[in-house]
Design a protein around this ligand. Structure first.
Ligand SMILES: [Zn+2]
Length: 198
C-alpha cells in the first residue's frame, strides 16, 4: 500500500505543499507584536499530513509585551522567545519527525540546537549568506553547520516560492539585525542574482 501522504519520489507534490506551509508560516509571523522582526514557524508531520504546532516570536505568556519593552532592543532580546522555540514548546513530543517551516529570519544557532534535539528531520527557512558582517548570517551559518552534522536536512526558501505566494521579495527579507546598525538582506536561496550588500 502506498502512503499517499509521503512525498517520496514526488518532488512536485512536496514543492506544492512546501509553498503552502511557507505561506502559512508567513501568515502566522504577522501575529507577532515585535515591531522589527516578525517570524512564523510551522511544524508539520508529513507522514500524517498534519500541522502539529505553530509559533511566532513573542514574550512568554502573561508577560506584558508593552511597547516600551518591545521597542527597547536589548530588553526585548532578553525576553523574547523565537518562533521556532514557541512552536517546539507547543508541539512537545509531537515535534519528533516533523519538518519545520520558518519565515522571517534564518534559523539561529539556539533554535538549531533545539530543533535538532527535538527530533525535527528537516528545516525549510531563509538561507544565511556567507561573507557578511551580519549577526544573523553568522549564527545562521553555524545553525546550518550543526544541522548538517546532526543529519537534519535544510531546504532554503527560494525567491520563486515567495513569488508563487505573491510575497514581495524585498518585503519578506526586511528583518532587522538586532546586532547591526544596518538592515540585513537575507538570501532566500538559489536562482537569484544581484545580492544587496549589507
Ligand atoms: Zn532562533
Amino acid at each position: 500500500m502506498t502512503d499517499i501522504n509521503t512525498f517520496e519520489g514526488r518532488p512536485e507534490k512536496q514543492a506544492k505543499w512546501d509553498t503552502r506551509y511557507i505561506g502559512l508560516a508567513h501568515h502566522i509571523a504577522q501575529w507577532s507584536k515585535d515591531p522589527r522582526a516578525k517570524v512564523g514557524a510551522v511544524l508539520v508531520n508529513q507522514g500524517q499530513a498534519r500541522i502539529v504546532a505553530t509559533g511566532f516570536n513573542g514574550f512568554p505568556s502573561n508577560v506584558e509585551d508593552s511597547a516600551a519593552r518591545l521597542e527597547h532592543k536589548a530588553t526585548k532580546l532578553r525576553m523574547i522567545l523565537h518562533a521556532e522555540q514557541n512552536a517546539l514548546l507547543n508541539a512537545g513530543h509531537g515535534a519528533r519527525g516533523c519538518d519545520a517551516y520558518v519565515v522571517g529570519k534564518p534559523v539561529c544557532n539556539v533554535c538549531a540546537t533545539l530543533l535538532i534535539q527535538s527530533g525535527v528531520r528537516r528545516v525549510i527557512a531563509a538561507a544565511p549568506r556567507r561573507g557578511t558582517a551580519s549577526h544573523w548570517d553568522e549564527v545562521g551559518l553555524l545553525a546550518i553547520e550543526m544541522m548538517r552534522e546532526a543529519g537534519v536536512a535544510f531546504s532554503p526558501i527560494s525567491g520563486e516560492q515567495l513569488d508563487a505566494l505573491g510575497l514581495n521579495r524585498d518585503e519578506a527579507r526586511r528583518a532587522e539585525d538586532p546586532f547591526a546598525a544596518h538592515q540585513a538582506a537575507f538570501d532566500f536561496g538559489h536562482g537569484e542574482g544581484g545580492r544587496a550588500p549589507d
